[in-house]
Design a protein around this ligand. Sequence first.
Ligand code: ADE
Length: 314
Amino acid sequence: RNVYPAINNPVRHALNLQLLELKAHGRYGSVWKAQLPDGFVAVKIFPQQDRQSFLAELEVYALPQLKHDNILKFIASEEREDGDSTKLWLITEYHDRGSLCDFLKGNTVSWADLCKIGETMACGLAYLHDEIPDTVHMKGKPAVAHRDLKSKNVLLKQDLTACIADFGLALKFEPGKCSNETHPQVGTRRYMAPEVLEGAICFNRDSFLRIDMYACGLIVWELMTRCIATDGPVSEYRLPFEAEVGQQPSLEDMQTLVVTRKMRPALNPLWSKHPGLSGLIPTVEECWDQDAEARLSAGCVQERIRHLARTVNS
Ligand code: ADE
């Protein structure tokens, strides 16, 4: 029984959907917890003027083969009249734990939790980044760069596996097609790779994927800062570079820090005493390398964390 109108379903009947609770305010509109007759869903509501962003995100969810355990599941989209304005609704699965950022604010993680979250996030990212060629039986998928990867855009499922969300800035790379779009500085300043902060303009597919990997390194560092595997105390959650530039860094703050001074978040000396955390340090350092071409791929990060999880037990 197909209860959900697909993107191109001509029968656009309104879902019997009730908004329950405002969960987050994003760059574009707001995210609500909502009730369908058979369970909870998340609804991201875009105002009419953000139609472009809504359509961009819808286009990513509409890609063939985007279904993956570690990518947020799309359910439906709708246009709703709301008084005298039109609102655009993007309906996805709901995850009660919310974002990794919120989770780390309120919780510490064990070594096993860290590995599970890190590995599954890298798995989702590797899948997003991968190009799957067409076969006679199946349409493939293009490589996709996220372009706004951060701990707020990684959601946690009940079993602490991760899924990647928010594709409003994502770019797809159709094989053989050359996108001649101009690519300005987009994303969240705090998570911008040095080459983005510098304002480099000539990015190809691989350069966009490497920009995501820089942010991936910062997120793994966030996980490490809240891990209880060390003997010492675990400090309060702080965003990457919050200690250095505070809550609302300007572009110039970030340029000075990351491009000119080549700074990265501090590595806790206690980490070197834990076989797992110390083993993870080269991985985060190779993700946030100044030299984009030296950065690890998402598949490699996944593999490294998987290996560490198996060899280090606590
Ligand atoms: N915050 C943003 N998207 C969400 C979702 N799908 N589930 C729960 N919280 C969210």
